[in-house]
Design a binder for this molecule. Structure first.
Ligand code: NAP
Ligand code: ZN
Ligand code: ZN
Length: 354
């Protein structure tokens, strides 16, 4: 019998999030059921809840930075027992048989990953998956992560999306490899950006933060950036022309990419992880041609790499800088996120959801 769980949902893209009750399946043989204690608030939740992405259907229960403890396990579950700390990120299933899934890149599954929210739910035909703005969730153990014991639980929640989404491209493009420290730029100091700065710094890169917010300069340095550049200041930007190996762009709004491709050195890469509602203006080809540069994209990370990232965070004591909110402040927190007024991730204390 499914269990009822309290949640918060957007019923349409134009209505605020409000209380909603959802069904969660009883654990099957390979399932883990967990009580959600904290859930991070990603800008993707806002894009989804406000209908900014055309593939979203309603109602939406957002939330894919989920941490808590195991309350029940199926008969064949090996990795978890009742009472363990556990975490769920942006995906809860995939086909498991395609070349991508076999490589542990489930986020690029040929059949399409099953998102933690807003994907068709095979367990409840006709319904969509519901995310972490809720009291509990049931997920196959293959898609549940282990959290290092020493990490603060609430501050670990954002690792499940903001963490892996920045860790994965930094690793893929070799920010942690090479004879000399790479010069790496992180664009935007929000949820993703502040984790990007922390990881680039931990990988030994010469880390430069690009921000539009003058008041984030000191925080950028405290979080690990050697230099902070106000991206609206053309003279400051020009000083870095042709010098970056890699730039990770986390900005949640459409903007001119040429400002950043101009800063790449030969064979440099500008990787986009922001997913704005409206496309960026078409970039100029010249900076790309003249320096054989690449504009790339990256989507979250697969399960093995997400576990690797969590273990790396355990070893290096890396968590997110968070501001805790009760779920009743979720709509207000979205407004603040739109004003770039968050230091640097909202996390919902799920005890506030009755
Ligand atoms: P966030 O916390 O709101 O941070 C975004 C930051 O971008 C802001 O803090 C701000 O930083 C900067 N910014 C905002 N508007 C800007 C503008 N008009 N021009 C220039 N800079 C601007 O958002 P987030 O949670 O980090 O998410 C960022 C984006 O990544 C969202 O679009 C989200 O959907 C997407 N995302 C993608 C993936 C993926 O797998 N690819 C995963 C998660 C999220 P400053 O104040 O420093 O300028
Ligand atoms: Zn996210
Ligand atoms: Zn697959």
């Amino acid at each position: 019998m499914p269990i009822k769980a309290a949640a918060y949902a957007a019923q349409t893209g134009k209505t605020p999030l409000a209380p909603f009750t959802i069904d969660r399946r009883d654990p099957g043989p390979h399932d883990v059921q967990m009580e959600i204690l904290f859930c991070g608030v990603c800008h993707s939740d806002l894009h989804a809840a406000r209908g900014e992405w055309e593939f979203i259907s309603f109602p939406v229960v957002p939330g894919h930075e989920i941490v808590g403890k195991v309350t029940k396990v199926g008969a064949n579950v090996k990795k978890f027992k009742v009472g363990d700390r556990s975490a769920v990120g942006c995906l809860v299933d995939s086909c498991r048989g395609c070349p991508q899934c076999e490589r542990g890149l489930e986020q690029y599954c040929d059949k399409g990953m099953v998102g933690t929210y807003a994907s068709p739910d095979v367990h409840f035909p006709g319904k969509m998956t519901y995310g972490g703005y809720s009291k509990s969730i049931t997920v196959d153990e293959r898609f549940v992560l282990r959290l290092p014991d020493k990490l603060d639980l609430a501050a670990s929640a954002p690792l499940l999306c903001a963490g892996i989404t920045t860790y994965s491209p930094l690793k893929h493009w070799g920010a942690d490899r090479g004879a000399r420290g790479k010069k790496v730029g992180i664009v935007g100091l929000g949820g993703l950006g502040h984790m990007g700065v922390k990881f680039a710094h931990a990988f030994g890169c010469h880390t430069v933060l690009f921000t539009t917010s003058q008041n984030k300069v000191e925080d950028g340095k405290r979080l690990g950036a050697e230099e902070v550049v106000i991206s609206k200041n053309e003279a400051e930007m020009a000083k870095h022309a042709g010098s970056f190996d890699f730039i990770l762009n986390t900005v949640a709004a459409s903007h001119n990419l040429d400002a950043f491709t101009n800063l790449l050195r030969v064979d440099g890469t500008l990787c986009l992880v922001g997913a704005p509602e409206h496309p960026h203006p078409s970039p100029s080809v010249w900076p790309l041609l003249m320096k054989r540069c690449t504009i790339a994209g990256s989507l979250i990370g697969g399960l093995p790499e997400t576990q690797e990232m969590l273990d790396f965070c355990g070893k290096h004591n890396i968590v997110s800088d968070i501001e805790m909110i009760p779920i009743q402040k979720i709509n207000e927190s979205y407004e603040r996120m739109l004003k770039s007024d968050v230091k640097y991730r909202f996390v919902i204390d799920m005890a506030s959801l009755k």
